[in-house]
Design a protein around this ligand. Structure first.
Ligand code: HDD
Length: 680
């Protein structure tokens, strides 16, 4: 399928580096034409390989060095290009150039990731998702390096290595991969109680998203907007997916990891190839600096949200991802994000987690990308010019000409020269700072449970059930009884009944005291209140010999008109013949796909449907039913469902009239899941 090009400045820049090798003559890296690429140079056909075989040495040496260290966190990721368009000027709040004129477009590159797993791990791990955006602005790169959860586990970067050591596979046996369900993670949680709020999110459906396209993104920290007059506002950043926020269920997520560990990247890649460009609106929450002390939390504390009902999210723009990468290593693997990549008008705060990040990200790129010139890699280059006196180092590309590489100088007329703030030079916000040098936690950072309970209170019944199930699963895998006990005792401070129910499931004493008197809730936190659409959902159509051609084609057209993506699944891949003699091509067989890979199932069957089809189709349907997914049937498919226990259950649509079927089934697909089903 042809790629739709996003003709923007970043793409024009990347075009200069794109190379198409197809149809070309083969050569060595020195440009020497190659005549033989299958056999090394030997002393006689059965003799030893010769040292002088430069071609073999070049090929093998390159191969031997083709891996770089994976990211210490967020190793498993996938990325795409796109553009950001501003709806509303932020001029009153920030002088950032890309946020001034409505309609202004800025190229972006976004990398989504899981946190704990290695580069090859399954994508449906119960985990936080990274959501890192590089804006290639005219004033330099601005990186918003966020997550799909708006708070963090810890308050001070000093603890980051401890947190990550605890969640990664345990050092003595390297187990488990991409999972938090083990002793060291929960031991860390119980002994670092500022984790409470984030752990509630991590145990919620947010940690098992349906798609990267259906997650929110958050800058997490409080940042500063600074306007032309030098006035500052505290700001939090939000990405809101136009398709709403949707998740899988845990049993499904675990099975997807086996059936298709690339589920999330494939979903992103294919959506973009199909022209179903993922869209996220960009929102800001703003608090004037002088109002920062009017809240019952410290705005610098990264374990706190600003409830949207108290501080509304102002939507100011939209990001559209419209181009897949050409080369995953060159772009996705080599992209280097950094919260310290800012532009004039955007500044930091004293959030101690953010402050530490400002050190860590450059440091990690030095080992990962092999030296200080990673900004020259095509994906990392700003689209505006850059000049300074930094030179040399591994892999330097630029040929800086001239005699001078220092400042101040007179030989080059004292250039490159610093730029005054009025002309776009970055100037740090002149915050007045005074205090004693201490290693301590601020008193205002010591409430760890109020917002954890706010989150719990905001959940629907089914979301609460999922949280309890998640705790029970995760802690159920913890060997140490003492750790299990400490964790439920800790979470009794969030909700006593929740902790007691979990305790019952994991074989420890239900806590007798605790509880919370927080009654506040924030409806914006519940996924039940999100946008629901059928558009871009995938449906498996189960079809067998002698299916009713006219009805099926009508249904297919109707569902496709609603933006639903359909795939035919049969007993075998290839041709299936209809009752009128024409045929369709099954995209998949029951062997190659599974109901967990689809949003919904539509059973058509066929006049000649045999026992084998009936059994396999019903297995498919039953699993979809157990995961609360919409199920539809027409024609012979109805007979199958009518004879089963799921007939007349919520979200199970049997409808002979195809036009009515299209309406009812597409509404069911939009609903995402039917939680009011009894599932054993
Ligand atoms: Fe981080 C990568 C997000 C705290 C240190 N982080 C990384 C990525 C994301 C985040 C999305 C992947 C970027 C990519 O796709 O290449 N990190 C966060 C958020 C945090 C956070 C939202 C809290 C609000 N991180 C955090 C702390 C530290 C780090 C406190 C260390 C002090 N993070 C890193 C890192 C990584 C990284 C080790 C690994 C690879 C990289 O930077 O480029 O430096």
């Amino acid at each position: 399928m042809s790629k739709k090009h996003n003709e923007n400045r970043k793409q024009e820049q990347l075009d200069k580096f794109r190379v198409d090798d197809s149809g070309k003559e083969m050569s060595t890296n020195q440009g020497l034409k190659v005549s033989e690429d299958e056999f090394s140079l030997k002393a006689g056909e059965r003799g030893p390989t010769l040292m002088e075989d430069f071609q073999f040495r070049e090929k093998m040496t390159h191969f031997d060095h083709e891996r770089i260290p994976e990211r210490i966190v967020h190793a498993r990721g996938y990325a795409a290009h796109g553009e950001f368009e501003l709806y509303e000027s932020m001029k009153p709040y920030t002088k950032a150039d890309f946020l001034q004129e409505p309609g202004r477009k800025t190229p972006v590159f976004v990398r989504f990731s899981t946190v704990a797993g290695s580069k090859g791990s399954g994508e449906l791990a119960r985990d936080v998702r990274g959501f890192a955006t590089k804006f290639y602005t005219e004033e330099g790169n601005y990186d918003l390096v966020g997550n799909n959860i708006p708070v963090f586990f810890i308050q001070d970067a000093m603890k980051f290595p401890d947190l990550i050591h605890a969640v990664k596979p345990e050092p003595h046996n390297g187990i488990p991969q991409a999972a938090s369900a083990h002793d060291t993670f929960w031991d860390f949680v119980a002994n670092n109680q500022e984790t409470a709020h984030m752990v509630m999110w991590q145990m919620s459906d947010r940690a098992i998203p349906r798609s990267f396209r259906m997650m929110e993104g958050f800058g997490v920290h409080t940042f500063r907007f600074v306007n032309e007059e030098g006035k500052a506002h505290f700001v939090k950043f939000h990405w809101k997916p136009k398709l709403g926020v949707h998740s899988t269920v845990w049993d499904e997520a675990q099975k997807i990891n086996g059936k298709n560990p690339d589920f999330h990247r494939a979903d992103l890649y294919e959506s973009i190839e199909n022209g179903d460009y993922p869209e996220f609106e960009f929102g800001v929450q703003l608090i004037a600096e002088e109002d920062a002390h009017t809240f019952d939390f410290d705005v610098l504390d990264p374990t706190k949200i600003w409830p949207e009902e108290d501080v509304p999210v102002k939507i100011i723009g939209k990001m559209t991802l419209n181009r897949n990468v050409d080369n995953v290593f060159a772009e996705t693997e080599q992209v280097a994000f950094h919260p310290g990549h800012v532009v004039p008008g955007i500044d930091f705060t004293n959030d101690p987690l953010l402050q530490g990040r400002l050190f860590s990200y450059t440091d990690t790129q030095l080992i990962r990308l092999g030296g200080p010139n990673f900004h020259e890699l095509p994906i990392n280059r700003p689209v505006c010019p850059f000049h300074n006196n930094q030179r040399d180092g591994y892999g330097r590309h630029t040929l800086n000409t001239g005699q001078v590489s220092y400042h101040n100088n007179s030989l080059a007329n004292n250039t490159p020269k610093p730029v005054a703030p009025a002309n776009g030079g970055y100037q740090h916000y002149q915050e007045k700072v005074e205090g004693r040098k201490v290693q301590a936690r601020s008193e205002s950072f010591k409430d760890h449970f109020t917002q954890a309970t706010l989150f719990w209170n905001s959940m629907s019944d089914i979301e609460k059930q999922h949280i309890k199930d998640a705790f029970s699963f995760e802690l159920g895998k913890v060997g140490s009884e003492a750790v299990r006990q400490q964790v439920v005792d800790m979470f009794a401070n969030v909700n006593l009944k929740m902790a007691q129910e979990v305790a019952e499931n994991i074989g420890v004493a239900p806590p007798q005291s605790g509880g919370s008197d927080v009654t506040k809730s924030s409806p914006a936190l519940s996924q039940e209140n999100t946008i629901k659409k059928a558009k871009t959902r995938t449906v498996a159509i189960l079809v067998d010999e002698k299916f009713h051609s006219e009805d099926v084609m009508l249904a297919v057209r109707g569902l496709q008109d609603k933006g639903i993506h359909l795939e035919f699944v049969g007993k075998k891949r290839g041709e299936i013949t209809s009752n009128s003699g024409n045929s369709i091509n099954a995209d998949h067989s029951f062997l190659t796909v599974d109901s967990v890979l689809y949003d919904a199932v539509y059973v058509v069957g066929g006049e000649d449907q045999d026992l084998d089809f009936q059994q396999k189709a019903m297995d498919f349907v039953k699993e979809a039913y157990a995961h609360y997914k919409p199920i539809g049937a027409t024609n012979q498919g109805m007979r199958l469902i009518e004879n089963s226990a799921i007939v007349n259950k919520p979200g199970v649509i049997l409808e002979a009239a195809i036009n009515r079927f299209i309406v009812r089934f597409s509404q069911a697909v939009a609903a995402h899941r039917f939680w009011d089903r009894e599932v054993s």
